[in-house]
Design a protein around this ligand. Structure first.
Ligand SMILES: Nc1ncnc2c1ncn2[C@@H]1O[C@H](COP(=O)(O)OP(=O)(O)OP(=O)(O)O)[C@@H](O)[C@H]1O
Length: 246
């Protein structure tokens, strides 16, 4: 099997009600190993795009392809994807421990018996260590700070060591220290070869320090290194303050 080279999105469109496109004509290529921050206003379709990349939604039009270094393998190739949803969408009253949340990420349609065996326990320990949460296995998820909870959900995505890690606003609502911890963890994972794609409202601390930024509002408005892309002209177009359509 050839190796994964890039994620290629062409002419991608999707919506929730007939003829009303939430995202439209998205073209974007993300090479393996890239660290990408997607910025755009609330309601611009970032979450929708990320869910399409994960396969949670089916495109109305266009293609999402994970390309290998030869065409034949690309047809069959499905990278493993880790998804970290927006923290506000999680029900914190659900009675579950840190260990159980992370274990959920290792279960799939193939495993009917989702109990936590010794091997999985050790893998969870390793993931918690990477996340700076060593010894937190038995803690109830409610008994953690916002930053710690976010890291646990990152752990759930990491337990299968995905090729591509997709995160929806991973630092929203976190204080400076928690935000920096998450950013450092993501940079380390990326330095070790993981492709990281995240959405963020934090232009100053996250997007500005990401190697690659995509300005998004229904479609891609600009992309490139932050020093080239995060300019007034692009931000005005992205945040709907200037009329623009390529
Ligand atoms: N399940 C749904 N059913 C109907 N409309 C939806 C659904 N999910 C999202 N939308 C609508 O699609 C549009 C894009 O939403 P989306 O969550 O993708 O935006 P976003 O850029 O991620 O916003 P935010 O930054 O606030 O999270 C919004 O107008 C939203 O109301």
């Amino acid at each position: 099997m050839g190796s994964f080279e890039c994620l290629r999105i062409t002419g991608l469109s999707y919506g929730f009600s007939y003829h009303d496109f939430v995202i439209e004509g998205v073209n974007l290529t993300i090479p393996k190993g890239r660290f990408v921050s997607i910025v755009g206003p609330s309601g611009s379709g970032k979450t929708t795009l990320l869910k399409l990349l994960c396969g949670i939604y089916e495109p109305w039009n266009g293609d999402i392809e994970y390309i290998c270094n030869n065409d034949r393998d690309s047809i069959f190739y499905h990278p493993s994807i880790g998804y970290v949803p927006q923290i506000e969408t999680i029900d914190w009253n659900f009675p579950v421990s840190v260990q159980e949340v992370i274990a959920m990420g290792s279960w799939n349609y193939k495993s009917y018996l989702p109990w936590i065996d010794k091997k999985l326990k050790n893998q969870i320990k390793d993931v918690l260590r990477i996340l700076g949460l060593g010894g937190y296995e038995k803690r109830h998820i409610r008994a953690l700070s916002g930053g710690e909870q976010q890291r646990v959900f990152l752990g759930r995505a990491l337990i299968r060591n995905p090729d591509v890690l997709i995160l929806d606003e991973p630092t929203t609502g976190l204080d400076y220290v928690s935000r920096e911890k998450i950013f450092d963890i993501l940079k380390n994972l990326n330095n070790n070869g993981m492709t990281v794609i995240l959405s963020t409202h934090d232009i100053t601390h996250i997007a500005n320090r990401s190697p690659w930024v995509v300005c998004f509002n229904k479609y891609v408005i600009a992309e490139g290194p932050p020093q080239d892309v995060l300019k007034e002209e692009n931000l005005l177009k992205t945040y709907g303050l200037a009329d623009y359509r390529p």
